[in-house]
Design a protein around this ligand. Structure first.
Ligand code: DWN
Length: 395
């Protein structure tokens, strides 16, 4: 399905650069009939998305900080316990949100993070980081310098990599024979179930299912040995893979296989229904915002997420409907949203005075935000949600 011409999701720009906001690509998806990998048909070149001004810093959410501390704990307790001088590599290690907990344990580690600014933040957090794109060539270099990896981890990274087969080849090369690959990404089954079409944007070239993970990594000798659903990013899946002959397969894998078949992730009709649900969601959101603005209500946005770029551009929502978006990320503040040019302001502006409504673009952080914004809700303000359907959250 097509979501129309789209700018770079994290391409926030200074107001004076609005005339330069001309780059667009066609945001359209397809589900491969052979391997059922749900993917973008076209993806902008990686250096247009990941560069020295990359706008997303993982540590902006308290809940995500806890999540990654627990991820590190899972790795340390489940995967490293009986290993002698293990070596952990994290792909797309961002600002070191996970790896710093591995580093603190004195474990040999390396973060591989192509965006230079977030890589620098990771080094400041005491995380050994190299700023390169991971592929078969850089994997060979890492193995030569550090030896084989006991664990290769990645969170919200694999689904960003168009050249995934090259990455899979690099992982197979870098991983010790009995080592494991552990990664998590937004889960296709959740996106379909919740009509969270905003998970579809330039950086997310894939939305994985068990079937597609098997199709991608299987040819490189890596089997899925465990799966564990995660609540993060609106519903993610953590996959653990290992070289086929060295590991037992957990029953969670068969259970997920059955669930995917029941949900129809392998059926064309599922994707037709998803398209219809996206169109219905767009119409309902436009209708609601139009009615509220027509009644003179002030509407803001909450969280200038990457996901919001899809929602705003697909639905055609601009400053005439949404006055500004509140966001805690300093690099986004004072800028405007890509394509739709809504001002992004620091949270201090949110309460000066509170708007009547706030579209919860960071819906995946709803619990954390609702707890933080009690005063907004108690003053009569309402959050507008659109996942799983358009509705309101009030005190
Ligand atoms: O995969 C990706 C995920 C992990 O993160 C990347 N492609 C980019 C990014 O996606 P996103 O921008 O949709 O992620 P979030 O975590 O939904 O973004 C939350 C945004 O909301 C941030 O800009 C910070 C902001 N925020 C806020 O203003 N107040 C977040 C919280 C929790 C808050 O209280």
């Amino acid at each position: 399905m097509s979501f129309g011409p789209m700018p770079i999701a994290n391409g926030f720009l200074a107001p004076q650069d609005i005339p330069l906001d001309t780059y667009r690509f066609e945001l359209a998806t397809a589900s491969c009939k052979r391997c059922r990998t749900f993917q973008l048909i076209d993806q902008p070149p990686p250096d247009k998305m990941f560069h020295a001004n990359y706008a997303f810093f993982s540590q902006t959410s308290r809940v995500m900080q806890d999540h990654f501390e627990n991820f590190a704990l899972d790795i340390a307790q489940r995967l490293l316990a009986r290993r002698d001088d293990p070596f952990v590599v994290e792909l797309g290690s961002n600002d070191g949100i996970m790896l710093r907990h591995i580093a603190k344990r004195g474990v040999r580690h390396l973060g591989v993070e192509p965006s230079a600014n977030v890589a620098a933040a990771a080094r400041n957090n005491g995380v050994n980081t190299t700023s390169v794109f991971f592929d078969a060539e850089s994997a060979a270099n890492i193995r030569e310098q550090y030896g084989p990896a006991d664990v290769i981890a990645a969170a919200n990274v694999m689904c960003h990599i168009g050249s995934i087969r090259d990455v899979a080849a690099g992982i197979a090369l870098l991983l010790r024979d009995d080592g494991v690959l552990i990664f998590e990404d937004p889960y296709l089954g959740e996106v379909i179930a919740k009509t969270s079409y905003d998970q579809i944007y330039d950086e997310h070239v894939f939305l994985f299912s068990l079937e597609s993970v098997r199709a991608i990594f299987g040819p490189h000798g890596l089997s899925v040995i465990d799966v564990a659903p995660q609540t993060t990013h609106g519903g993610s899946m953590r996959y653990t893979l290992g070289k086929t002959e060295h590991h037992e397969v957990s029953s969670t894998v068969t259970e997920l296989e059955v669930a995917e078949s029941r949900q129809g992730l392998g059926d064309d009709q599922t994707y037709d229904r998803f398209r219809q649900s996206c169109e219905a969601s767009k119409a309902a959101l436009n209708r609601l915002l139009g009615e509220l603005r027509g009644a003179g209500k002030r509407i803001a946005g909450y969280g200038a997420t990457s996901k919001s770029t899809t929602v705003l551009n697909y639905c055609g929502i601009g400053p005439e409907l949404i006055e500004f978006i509140s966001d805690t990320t300093p690099i986004k503040q004072g800028k405007v949203t890509p394509g739709t040019h809504i001002s992004v302001k620091p949270p201090s502006c949110f309460s000066e005075p509170y708007p009547d409504f706030a579209v919860l673009f960071a819906w995946n952080h709803a619990a954390e935000i609702i707890a933080k914004e009690k005063a907004f809700l108690e003053s009569g303000g309402r959050f507008i949600t659109f996942v799983p359907e358009v509705g309101m959250i009030q005190a």
